[in-house]
Design a binder for this molecule. Structure first.
Ligand code: MD3
Ligand code: FE
Length: 224
């Protein structure tokens, strides 16, 4: 199905890579695929552990000098980084001065299948930002505008503890909607939603069989 206004007014059931999922329209260009990655979640976490041996999570610093409460790393051809010099994509991990680890096949399969299921065939992201939330960690309202091409969607995969996602509008003034994202949920953000303000409320404490006291979020981007 193509993501255009009115085309996804009811819940839709579709063929997953395996298992079952349900699609909820969220906004023009955005859809939540509830449980789309549930069957793959353990395999994604196994792949993540390998990435972390080469590129561990780290708390980056914003241009304003604040340590981010969300710990981050990346895989793929480019990684999102921030430091006192600004936000950017870098082909090298600033910590190791080496390229980011390659993107695991399990990551690619989920991202391209989710994009295709929402009308974005031929999705070829070159970057995957990996966020780790601990209880209390949050992401304040922002836009993702460091990518070269806004016509490609961002695909996000939630794993582990649930989080309250804040989905705003084109302006910071619009009061964000609150959407709970749970383990296995995949969201495809394209069209007008691609430049919407968004954030994550402070993570509630909990214990998840897959991630313990953490939430992991993978975001696939076409950055270069
Ligand atoms: C809506 N991450 O890394 S993922 C980020 O849960 C980020 O870790 C959040 O925002 C997280 O930049 C949200 C969902 C997401 C990602 C990018 C978007 C939603 C988006 C870009 C535009 C609109
Ligand atoms: Fe974002």
């Amino acid at each position: 199905m193509k993501l255009s206004a009115g085309s996804m007014t009811a819940d839709l059931f579709g063929p997953p890579p395996n298992g079952r999922w349900v699609s909820e329209p969220l906004a023009e260009g955005a859809a939540i695929l509830r449980g789309f990655a549930s069957e793959e979640a353990a395999a994604l976490m196994d792949s993540l552990r390998e990435i972390l041996t080469a590129a561990p999570f780290r708390h980056m610093v914003t241009p304003g000098g604040f340590r981010m409460s969300v710990a981050m790393t990346n895989c793929g051809h480019a990684g999102w980084v921030t430091d006192r010099a600004g936000y950017r994509y870098d082909r090298l991990d600033p910590t190791t001065k080496r390229p980011w680890p390659p993107r695991p096949v399990s990551f690619t399969r989920v991202a391209t299948a989710a994009a295709a299921a929402t009308g974005f065939g031929g999705y070829e992201p070159d970057s995957c930002l990996i966020n780790r939330y601990e209880p209390g960690a949050r992401l304040s309202l922002h836009q993702d505008r460091n990518e070269r091409d806004f016509s490609a969607p961002i695909v996000s995969v939630s794993l582990g503890l649930p989080a309250m996602f804040l989905f705003g509008g084109a302006s910071r003034k619009e009061r964000p909607r609150r959407v709970l994202l749970e383990s296995g949920d995949v969201v495809v953000w394209g069209g007008a939603a691609r430049l919407a303000f968004h954030g994550v409320a402070p993570l509630a404490d909990g214990d998840h069989p897959l991630t313990g006291r953490h939430r992991i979020n993978l975001t696939f981007r076409k950055a270069l």
